[in-house]
Design a protein around this ligand. Structure first.
Ligand code: NIG
Ligand code: FE
Length: 436
């Protein structure tokens, strides 16, 4: 069926597999056992709230029914039922640095040959190189580049993308990045959520007076961002080479005072106490967590701080140390997954690859990984209207051409995306899959 034939109708989508992402019981907390495939399949079906032969009905942007075909309400007379293979909630990339200019391919090769990320940064490259590129770029050019990247996100099945500033590092340049996000909003098919990350690193100009930069962040940049409503979140890179825990806490509290929800790049390169700061300020999420402390894991579960894990960084920086995904899940922490799309440590928009890396590197099941880019990612962004499939929620859907959702992480690069529904509208359709 062509896209033209499908637009402007109330949607009725019948799926062989409907993943509601409403877990049954305590499924994600229990340890998966590879010795018993049947029990593992059942456990994973409970993780994703699997309905075999399901139906999603959509009207005026909202889901009106998501449940078994057999229990469907009476369909509208003009409803044409489209049969598809698999439906999940629209995928959410909850941690990206997608508004950038320039390329750092030389640094990529240097690192592959042994150069260290922090040494490159301290020598004035890395994030500083992207800052120079962004400062040279106009707001219109940043917007344009972001728009193109957003179309690629749509083709990958993504319906919501969080985007951080952080390559401006002065009041005007940070505002320029955030305005580019604002300008792109009306032009793209994904919902953009903006985060202020002026505290990415200390800019070169402030190298010998870092306290002055923290003052500038708290007294000028945060108030300006908040007053112009350019971001919902405030983030800090709390690590070696960036900001320490005390600085991070001060910056995030200043954000809170201005209504910005805290999130934090925590314990990526070292045990920097980032997760503890997340707990102290009540952050929505603590992201990275390769070096998170055991004590923090239990406390995160109790406090409802979402762990956002970013496995592409392991690939790009060739770090063997993985974030303790299983310990986080078993403690009851919501584990979200994201690309961390940025020109340095994760030059990829391929969220399907992230699912694969989470399964192979963290020992997550396909269901747990998919939960990470739907329900848990919505929680990381404090968005209550999406991430699961239930009546009354926003109709963001990803339609997949797979016989079995376990095939999604199994074949990275294949892009099994047959369609994308964004706020009730079919915005992408490639009817590749025959459903019989
Ligand atoms: O999430 N860790 C800090 N920020 C990014 C890297 C940004 C860059 O290298 O440009 C990250 O990994
Ligand atoms: Fe990041």
């Amino acid at each position: 069926m062509s896209l033209d034939a499908l637009i402007d109708r109330p949607l009725a989508l019948r799926a062989r597999q409907l993943l509601t992402m409403i877990p049954r019981g305590d499924a994600p907390r229990t340890r998966p056992d590879p010795a018993n495939l049947d029990a593992l399949r059942q456990r994973d079906a409970d993780v994703v709230g699997l309905i075999e032969d399901g139906l999603v009905l959509v009207k005026e942007g909202l889901i009106t029914y998501a449940g078994p075909w057999a229990g469907r309400p009476t369909l509208d007379a003009d409803a044409e039922v489209i049969e598809v293979a698999c439906i999940t909630p629209g995928w959410i990339d909850c941690h990206t640095h997608a508004v950038f200019a320039g390329s750092r391919h030389e640094e990529f090769t240097l690192r592959n040959l042994g150069a260290r990320y922090l040494d490159i940064l301290n020598a004035g490259g890395g994030i500083h190189a992207s800052v120079e590129s962004v400062r040279r770029a106009s707001r219109a050019s940043l917007t344009d580049q972001l728009i193109h990247r957003c179309f690629d996100f749509t083709r990958q099945g993504v319906t919501t993308v969080e985007v951080k500033s952080g390559y401006g590092l002065s009041t005007d340049e940070e505002l320029k990045q955030l305005r580019a996000i604002e300008d792109a909003r009306g032009e793209v098919l994904v919902d953009l959520q903006a985060t202020f990350l002026g505290a990415h690193v200390v800019p070169k100009k402030y190298r010998d007076r870092r306290a002055d930069y923290v003052d500038l962040l708290c007294a000028e940049m945060i108030p300006r961002v908040a007053e112009r409503r350019l971001a919902r979140f405030c983030d800090v890179f709390c690590d070696q080479g960036a900001f320490d825990a005390a600085e991070a806490e001060r910056i995030l509290r200043a954000g809170l005072d201005h209504g910005l929800i805290p999130r934090i790049h925590a314990d990526e390169l070292s045990e920097a106490g980032g997760a503890e700061v997340a707990l102290a300020v009540g952050a929505a999420s603590a992201d990275h967590l390769e070096f998170v402390s055991e004590a923090a894991i239990g406390a995160m579960a109790a406090a409802g701080v979402v762990a956002v894990l970013l496995p592409a960084v392991n690939l790009f920086l060739q770090v063997d140390r993985h974030a303790p995904a299983r310990a986080l899940l078993e403690a009851g922490v919501d584990v979200a997954l994201s690309t961390d799309f940025n020109p340095g440590t994760a030059m990829t928009q391929d969220i399907g690859l992230i699912l694969t890396l989470a399964c192979t590197g963290y020992g997550m099941t396909p269901g747990e990984a998919l939960l990470g880019i739907t329900r848990a990612a919505a929680r990381a962004l404090r968005l209550e209207d999406r991430g699961t499939l239930a009546a009354g929620l926003r109709a963001d859907l990803t339609i997949l051409g797979v016989e079995d959702y376990w095939q999604i992480p199994y074949f990275p690069g294949r892009r099994p995306i047959d369609g994308v529904v964004k706020a009730g509208e079919l915005v992408y359709w490639q009817s590749a899959t025959e459903v019989d």
